[in-house]
Design a binder for this molecule. Structure first.
Ligand code: NAD
Ligand code: DAU
Length: 353
């Protein structure tokens, strides 16, 4: 089975490619537009692997996608490609509609054309796995039960609305055209290759640079953190054995407030890379203006994927967060590569002085 991984040069996509090539013989083609978030360095370790092909391009480019599907004899598509940062969607939603909605539509159209020409056995085996987010379900109150697959969609940001729209399109292509689709809705990921616009890598790098550690509002917002390789193993399970047309929630049973996350990062850094003045990195914590429409709490009920497919995370928050900090300390070249140029413009736009 040849696999097409869209958005494979991004954070989760690149971790998925590494995990796939380590656990399967099947070839992988990556299609990635290489936006600010796409980074060839994330795939440097597999560049010379004969099973790996990289194509720079847009999921919305139908002729390119159809050519890849045919030339690489693709038997499954895993769609990670997206604009993924909530704050950027607040500053400029247009790219989110273009890639997450229109791009997914065009990708589905390319798949529909290709799948329609396959023989019956290949049609049956084909899979389109759409990687989505828990943010489509909206925001929970402190006492609400976690999001299950039955929750209503109530997206609150341009990002989550665009992901919700893409989920609906994927569902419709199954019901209307019979495309064999699977959708996963995962909670917050963290780990290697995470672009430092997101909370965890931003805080690690700002701490080491002696900069403020910006916490929106009062830091009481809750996220359910999952180590990225656990998300990737869940996707492999769903691809292998998920029931067609179904959605599977993926989460780590690790609810933390943002303040708890940042304090944990500070104490690990205090231990692994103490500040020269002996003070804790937590003295750099700064409360800043809240994100507009900031969702209060996300939490995933991962019972379905556990009971149906036997998946559970391998890492706890404590083991995963320590490995993550160590990874950033061990990869100064990667950090230098992603924190130049347009990254600085974004930090200036979002955080000002
Ligand atoms: P990311 O921003 O790190 O990577 C996205 C990748 O998609 C980049 O390599 C980018 O170049 C590529 N891309 C963007 N537009 C494209 C286009 N039009 N055509 C081809 N490639 C394009 O994102 P991520 O954090 O790795 O998230 C991957 C997917 O997982 C997204 O769909 C996101 O919604 C979903 N997700 C993310 C999280 C999380 O915590 N990061 C959690 C749940 C779901
Ligand atoms: O829940 C899954 C989602 O998780 C994914 O779909 C998104 O692609 C991914 O970006 C992530 O969204 P969040 O908005 O939850 O992640 P982010 O890292 O941007 O923020 C995490 C929390 O930290 C959130 O409550 C906002 C807060 N925050 C974030 C930044 C960047 C801060 O307090 N300060 C910051 O500087």
């Amino acid at each position: 089975m040849s696999l097409l991984v869209t958005g494979g040069a991004g954070f989760i996509g690149s971790n998925f490619v590494h995990g796939w090539l380590a656990s399967s013989q099947a070839p992988v083609a990556v299609l990635d537009k290489l936006t600010y978030a796409g980074n060839p360095a994330n795939l440097a370790a597999v560049q010379t692997d004969a099973r790996f092909t990289f194509i720079k391009g847009d999921i919305g480019d139908r002729s390119l996608v159809e050519k890849i599907l045919i030339d690489c004899k693709i038997r499954a598509v895993v769609n990670f490609a997206a604009e993924s940062h909530v704050d950027r969607s607040i500053h400029g939603p247009a790219d989110f509609i273009e890639t997450n909605v229109v791009g997914t539509f065009n990708l589905l159209e390319s798949v529909r054309a290709y799948w329609g020409r396959l023989d019956e056995a290949s049609k049956q085996k084909f899979r389109f796995l759409h990687v989505s987010t828990d943010e489509v379900y909206g925001s929970l109150g402190p006492e609400d039960p976690q999001f299950s697959e039955e929750n209503q969609y109530q997206p609150n940001s341009p990002y989550s609305a665009s992901k919700a729209a893409s989920d609906h399109l994927v569902r419709a292509y199954h019901h209307t055209y019979g495309i064999p689709v699977l959708t996963t809705n995962c909670s917050n990921n963290y780990g290697p290759f995470h672009f430092p616009e997101k909370l965890i890598p931003l805080v690690i790098l700002n701490a080491l640079a002696g900069k403020a550690l910006p916490i929106y509002g009062d830091g009481s917002n809750v996220r359910d953190w999952l180590y990225v390789t656990d998300h990737c193993s869940a996707i492999r399970r769903v691809l292998e054995s998920g029931r067609l047309g179904e959605t599977y929630n993926i989460g780590g049973w690790n609810e933390k407030t943002n303040l708890q996350v940042v304090q944990t990062l500070c104490s690990i850094l205090d231990e692994l890379r103490p500040r020269s003045d002996g003070l804790s990195y937590s003295t750099q914590i700064t409360f800043v203006k809240d994100r507009p429409g900031h969702d209060q709490r996300y939490a995933i009920d991962a019972t379905k994927i556990h009971q149906e497919l036997g998946w559970k995370p391998a890492e706890t928050f404590e083991t995963g967060i320590r490995q993550t900090v160590q990874w950033y300390l061990d990869h100064p070249d990667w950090v230098a590569g992603v924190t130049s140029g347009s990254y600085r413009d974004w930090i200036q736009t979002q955080y000002g002085q």
